[in-house]
Design a protein around this ligand. Structure first.
Ligand code: PGA
Length: 254
């Protein structure tokens, strides 16, 4: 059975103390309220990572992740953070290819393939984001766009490497807009992604791949989205900044 995951993406929000305060609420609520085998992942800014990992010790349903890592091992890249550094503080996941990184920082599929290799080489699990823009959806190009993102971003991996990847389908038009994909729209794409994985890596690996939905996911719409057969959890932006909302989404899998 593939793992159910609800991952929060704090983006560039919360100063150090605010982040620790929110995380402390989250881990206590997970302890008291989460009864299933799902995992709650918090992807914080880099400055929080070490402290969050320390706080999460002993909470086996909670993991911590970064939101980016550089593709190089180390070197003269002022201001950047390497995968090795992220691993060294005990984080488990790294979000890669979020549409905001693609849009504002020019991250291409080619670059993201390199980042994926580096992240995997350091035993971190990528949460690899794919998704079409509104224009690509309206012009009916979205299947092609998503397939290209998969082929160029992660399908160069071997089977053992690919088995470490979590995918997140995030239609760009649904991120931070309050407009969610309908459960039918999301399921259609998730099923398509799983078929593409099966064609490349075989049905067993496809069945074991966790595919998250992201884009204005909240406690109200999460139950219907997560009830779809190919939706295995969520990547949550805005609603992950409120402990009550985030935990209520995690608890959909109780
Ligand atoms: P949102 O963000 O939940 O605020 O739409 C999702 C994301 O960007 O991962």
């Amino acid at each position: 059975m593939r793992k159910k995951i609800v991952a929060g993406n704090w983006k560039m929000n919360l100063d150090y103390n605010e982040g620790l305060g929110l995380f402390s609420e989250i881990i206590n609520m997970v302890k008291d309220e989460v009864t299933g085998t799902q995992e709650a992942v918090v992807c914080s800014p880099f400055i929080h990572l070490h402290s969050l990992v320390q706080m999460a010790k002993g909470y086996n349903k909670v993991a911590v992740g970064a939101q980016n890592a550089h593709q190089a091992e180390s070197g003269a890249y002022t201001g950047e953070i390497s995968a090795k550094m992220v691993k060294s503080v005990g984080a488990a996941y790294v979000i890669l290819g979020h549409s905001e990184r693609r849009q504002y920082f020019g991250e291409t599929n080619e670059l993201l393939a390199k980042k994926t290799d580096t992240v995997l080489a350091h035993d971190l699990r990528p949460i690899f984001c794919i998704g079409e823009t509104l224009q690509e959806r309206e012009s009916n190009q979205y299947f092609d766009v998503i397939k290209t993102q998969l082929v160029e971003g992660v399908f160069h991996l071997d089977e053992a490497q690919f088995a470490q990847v979590v995918l997140a389908y995030e239609p760009v038009w649904a991120i931070g807009t309050g407009v969610t994909a309908s459960s039918a729209q999301a399921q259609e794409i998730h099923a398509f992604i799983r078929i593409e994985i099966a064609a490349k890596y075989g049905q067993e690996i496809a069945n074991n791949t966790t595919i998250l939905y992201g884009g204005s996911c909240n406690p109200k719409n999460a139950p219907e989205l997560f009830a779809q057969p190919d939706i295995d959890g969520g990547l949550i932006g805005g609603a992950s900044l409120k402990s009550r909302d985030f935990i209520d989404i995690v608890k959909v899998f109780n």
